[in-house]
Design a protein around this ligand. Structure first.
Ligand SMILES: C[S@@+](CC[C@H](N)C(=O)[O-])C[C@H]1O[C@@H](n2cnc3c(N)ncnc32)[C@H](O)[C@@H]1O
Length: 133
């Protein structure tokens, strides 16, 4: 398999141009949701149990956090999330949502292939249609 050396730059350009335009307008509704809903068909957390039962105090990383709503749900539930995303435009939306909803957590601009934390920093890693792509 050939991996292009500039794949991260290509990915960032795509995410800035297209993903931010598509995902950005959905951010406010996602942040406002009182219960997490997952993926394209949006089943509620109460039906699918994606998250551990007790996440209070859990250190979590949201890999390809986009507009940051998954991290916002984790923070509301008492976890300590960090969001990382390769797109500055996605993170700009996430920051605007943090200000609007009064929920704060670290947002890092970076490539999830090179997370700037030690391996044992987090108890939970989550990626909702994010860097897993
Ligand atoms: C389809 S969006 C979904 C993210 C989030 N669930 C949302 O709706 O905002 C995919 C996200 O993954 C990010 N992403 C893709 N590859 C990445 C990588 N290698 N490192 C960090 N973020 C990445 C993109 O910038 C984008 O914000």
């Amino acid at each position: 398999m050939t991996v292009r050396a500039d794949h991260a730059a290509l990915n960032r350009g795509y995410r800035d141009d297209e993903a931010a335009a598509v995902r950005g307008p959905l951010a406010r509704a996602h942040w406002a949701a009182t219960e997490p809903r997952w993926g394209l068909w949006a089943p509620p957390e109460s039906q699918v149990s994606m998250l551990p039962d007790d996440i209070v105090g859990t250190h979590a990383i949201d890999v390809g956090c986009g507009t940051g709503y998954v991290s916002s749900w984790l923070a509301r539930a008492g976890a300590h999330p960090v969001g990382i995303d390769i797109s500055e435009r996605q993170l700009a939306t996430a920051r605007a949502m943090q200000a609007r909803f009064g929920i704060d957590f670290p947002l890092l601009l970076g490539d999830a292939e090179h997370v700037p934390y030690a391996d044992d920093t987090f108890d939970l890693a989550i990626s909702e249609y994010g860097a897993s792509l």
